[in-house]
Design a binder for this molecule. Structure first.
Ligand SMILES: [Zn+2]
Length: 685
């Protein structure tokens, strides 16, 4: 009893220090928000300007002060001819706090435009002991006529540059359009002359919706924005004016807001870090996993998965049944029927020739084997011959992506949207679907049709927030137990809105071992390991090199025939699947350290450290390199801990302290090109 009381008292002390709190000074119109990590000061100045005066990192002591020469306001949008920015003046209407899940505090500030053209509700969320501030703005049209939002800024920040030079860091998405990109990291010096660095994010964009920036003193900021549409985010330094300025623009934006109606900007977050860009990544991941990301379906996640694209669209009941049986025997947990099950894209009923007993019989069989049943659904595409487009030829978007010969649908058109939602609910129910593999081309179509319910010039916002997001949210609200996987012809919508709806995302599209490792290496900066899903195609063969190439992250998707595997291959794969299931338990909450990037002629290494287990694991892969060994020097270990170090391939076992390991590393023999090993660094009891 006494012990319990003591623990409770200690918890109370800790939670008081780390709990998000807000205090308002009505004499100065200032707010102080704090949560044990950040301290944020807001102010409505005596002359009516609304600013974030400072961000302060309680751990490092770093502070970021509003730029005096070019102050920015959290309110930054254009409604018709009215510019609402740092120059605009407001009066305070109301202010209050509410709680916000999980363990957060929401400060709401309502401001009235001095010209009475608009009212703003500015929202700041701080969560207990988290390094980021989440925010957005609601605009209410007080004029008597519709106003068109043509610009909003998700990163309305400017800071005193502290007379420092800055480096920016961003990560590409996967794209095969134009210049192919595969999650490369992009680190560049920020020019002091005002030339911006740019991140072009969203569906069919080039980069993940994330940016980190730091100075030579390791003082850093990171930001993420929760928008699936395309956005151009910039960071620029004007050293002669001592300003570091952020901003974002949204292409194809013309969103109508009726009189007295409200428009909400997408949420975004800004956080502070002190150290390397991988620290910025880890803090982002911790925040996102705690606050934003769709909860994992169960504690076994990430899964071992089988996907029928092993046979492309030449699937049928017998083939799937054979593979289901083989998959279950190997320990596969999720069985996905990929493209090719339906009569046509957009005609979402099973092909009666391929499935004479119905797709439900395959689903039943998969369930009887103890696996979850997943189904491919290209919700924004429909074949020109499909009944839906025959009956409604105008439901297509202006953009036509030609996904396997299909036409593209405008998800923002209300009638189209209603139909897509109905189809999803029906296939989920008819086929007892546990998992949707969402696929297709660009999920945020360009559409300038005047016959649709959206504004013809509002394509990007309409087809993201009121298109794909609205569709997926409606389906998920009606069928909350179905998990969704993000795929847009690969990892091409890598945003912090995506993580709210999907439990995982494909990174690149079954492009082989080296590309899979490259994708995981980059994607694990902004996103936690579960958003690095990898598809292992048949072309890779079944060797330690290929298997290990898919071990880091999750899910691990086998995309090759399992029925008919030779006995020794079956044994080997079963062993690797069992290994993966041990490794993945340590993935959650782990910090990723990017030791050596993958390249065709090199040896690459990546590791994760789980602080609660005080243990680490790493994957080392020699591609065409000539080096017969690799000195693996882990990062982030506890220097005073003693660890047992062992390997999957190499038979050596070591007992070493964290400081020994981090200073000297450990030599891993990789005797031939295309060899690999997995290193375990386990806390010694
Ligand atoms: Zn449209």
């Amino acid at each position: 009893m006494y012990k319990l009381l003591l623990i409770l008292l200690m918890a109370a002390v800790v939670s008081t220090g780390n709990a998000a709190t807000a205090s308002f000074d009505p004499a100065q119109n200032t707010w102080l928000l704090t949560n044990g990590w950040l301290q944020v000061i807001l102010q409505l100045t005596p002359d009516g300007h609304f600013y974030v005066q400072s961000l302060f990192d309680i751990h490092s002591g770093d502070s970021w002060l509003l730029s005096a020469s070019q102050p920015a306001s959290p309110i930054h949008l254009q409604a018709g001819s009215e510019s609402f920015d740092a120059l605009r003046q407001y009066s305070l209407l109301d202010q209050y706090t509410t709680t916000v899940a999980p363990n957060g505090l929401r400060q709401v500030i309502q401001l009235q435009d001095i010209n009475s053209a608009a009212q703003f509700t500015v929202t700041f969320d701080l969560f207990d002991n988290q390094p980021a501030l989440r925010y957005h703005v609601g605009y209410r049209n007080l004029t008597g006529s519709p106003a068109f939002i043509t610009a909003f800024d998700m990163l309305p920040w400017s800071f005193f540059d502290n007379n420092q030079q800055y480096t920016s860091f961003s990560v590409n998405q996967w794209s095969i359009l134009g210049t192919p990109v595969n999650f490369e990291t992009v680190e560049s010096a920020v020019a002091p002359d005002g030339t911006p660095v740019t991140v072009y994010s969203g569906a069919h964009g080039q980069q993940c919706s994330w940016l980190a920036i730091r100075d030579s003193m390791n003082r850093g900021l990171f930001a993420g924005w929760e928008f699936d549409g395309r956005a151009r985010v910039t960071a620029a330094q004007q050293a002669d004016q001592n300003v570091l300025q952020f901003g974002s623009t949204i292409p194809d934006l013309n969103h109508p807001v009726e009189p007295m109606a409200t428009f909400e900007t997408p949420y975004a977050f800004i956080g502070l870090f002190h150290g390397a860009f991988s620290d910025a990544g880890f803090l982002t991941q911790s925040f996102v996993e705690k606050v934003l990301a769709k909860p994992v379906p169960d504690s076994a996640f990430p899964y071992v998965v089988w996907d029928s694209w092993a046979y492309e669209d030449s699937i049928d009941e017998a083939t799937l049944m054979q593979n289901a049986s083989a998959a279950a025997n190997l320990g596969v947990e999720l069985f996905i029927v990929d493209l090719g099950w339906a009569r046509a894209i957009g005609d979402w009923y099973e092909d009666p020739v391929k499935f004479p007993d119905g797709l439900a019989s395959v689903s039943n069989y998969v369930h009887s084997l103890g696996m979850k049943f997943g189904l491919h659904f290209a919700l924004a595409e429909a074949d020109p011959s499909s009944p839906v487009l025959q009956a409604n030829p105008d439901w297509t978007s202006t953009e036509n992506d030609g996904y396997f010969g299909a036409g593209s649908l405008c998800l923002s058109n209300q009638a189209t949207q209603n139909w897509v939602i109905q189809q999803a609910l029906r296939i989920i129910d008819d086929y007892q679907v546990d998992w949707i593999l969402q696929d297709g081309e660009n999920m945020v179509k360009s559409c300038t049709k005047t016959t649709h319910t959206h504004d013809p010039n509002d394509s990007n916002y309409a087809n993201s927030v009121q298109g794909i997001d609205a569709v997926v949210s409606a389906i998920q609200a009606a069928r909350p137990n179905v998990s969704w996987e993000n795929c847009e012809d690969g990892g091409n919508m890598m945003t912090f809105n995506m993580v709210k709806n999907y439990v995982t995302s494909i990174t690149n599209d079954a492009s082989g071992s080296l590309d899979a490792r490259q994708a995981a290496f980059g994607a694990t900066y902004p996103f936690s390991m579960r958003y690095s899903e990898r598809y292992m195609p048949q072309s890779d063969g079944l060797t330690p090199y290929s298997a290990h190439s898919y071990m880091f992250g999750g899910n691990w998707v086998l995309m090759f025939p399992l029925a008919g595997l030779a006995a020794d291959q079956r044994r080997y794969l079963g062993q690797e699947i069992a290994n993966y299931k041990i490794l993945r338990t340590a993935f959650q909450g782990s910090q990723v350290y990017h030791l050596e990037p993958p390249s065709a002629g090199g040896t690459d290494a990546i590791m994760s450290y789980n602080a609660s287990l005080d243990s680490a694991m790493g994957v080392v892969t020699r591609a065409a390199s000539s080096a017969p060994q690799y000195n693996f020097r882990p990062l982030g270990l506890n220097p005073n801990s003693t660890y047992t170090v062992w390997f999957e391939v190499n038979h050596s076992v070591y007992s070493l302290t964290g400081s020994q390991l981090m200073a000297n590393g450990v030599l891993i023999p990789l005797l031939t090109p295309y060899s690999s090993d997995i290193i375990h660094i386990d806390h010694q009891q």
